[in-house]
Design a protein around this ligand. Sequence first.
Ligand SMILES: C[S@@+](CC[C@H](N)C(=O)[O-])C[C@H]1O[C@@H](n2cnc3c(N)ncnc32)[C@H](O)[C@@H]1O
Length: 276
Amino acid sequence: MAYLLSKENFAKMSEFIYRKSGIFLEEDKHFEKLAKYIDSRCGALSFDNFRKYFFKLRFEDKDGEEFQALMNGITVNETYFFREKDQFEVLVNTILPELHRAMPASKPIRILSSPCSTGEEPYSIVLHIVEEGKVVEQRDIEVVGIDIDSTVIKKAQIAKYSDRSIHAIPKNILSKWFTKNTMGYELSKDLQGSVDLQVANVFDKAQMRKLGKFDVIFSRNMLIYFDDASRKEVAMTFYDMLNPGGFVLLGHAEYMSRIVSVFKARKIDNTLIYQK
Ligand SMILES: C[S@@+](CC[C@H](N)C(=O)[O-])C[C@H]1O[C@@H](n2cnc3c(N)ncnc32)[C@H](O)[C@@H]1O
């Protein structure tokens, strides 16, 4: 099949995407997906060649909409509730009680889900916090979710989920906090709005600074799409965003020790967590 994107232009596009988002596309794995996206975008814009599209993306995108559409088209948003659930248990059984003991009573505990995709991760955090109950009865806990893809943030705000998304939620929790209707499973209105959801790029220092300081950062299954230099940059951004003693949790295939050495690694019940 002939695409508007050639192999030479793939290199230019992937370099541009890498510089702006840290996402590292490889020709053998990602050519077809990017080429199909560019064909469909050029069709919508009535462009008959790649050059026109690339020019628009680089020089005629003052409001960033074309770049946003590109991000929405190429990101991998796979996620589900209670994914790698041991980490949520370590959060409520170990991390929150430790933070609660160490922090002044008036300070809220702040948790960032970066990236949050369609919301399953930050809502899983909230579900564990309310189900466990003890710390949240005594102190404010704020949960913020960010993602570079604006379509997933919109879905997270609507909070309606498919069978696949909810498959790992225990039945008693599902029936307590979700309503089943023809659209799937809708998260309880009490919990919708419990997460502050925003579009943000982890490489945009100004956007990240605006989110403020956190005590816990979940960053699961995003660093795998970056190369070493980008992983290092993001790890140091998280380090700067954490209060002293704050925690980072990564995906099971991601290891902080291979990225930077500024965090202390701790193993709790077979779960690795990292502390500032
Ligand atoms: C596979 S999902 C992981 C979602 C969730 N953390 C989990 O583990 O289930 C990866 C997400 O990273 C987001 N992402 C990729 N690059 C990003 C960037 N530079 N800034 C913020 N989010 C990014 C994608 O849009 C996608 O939704």
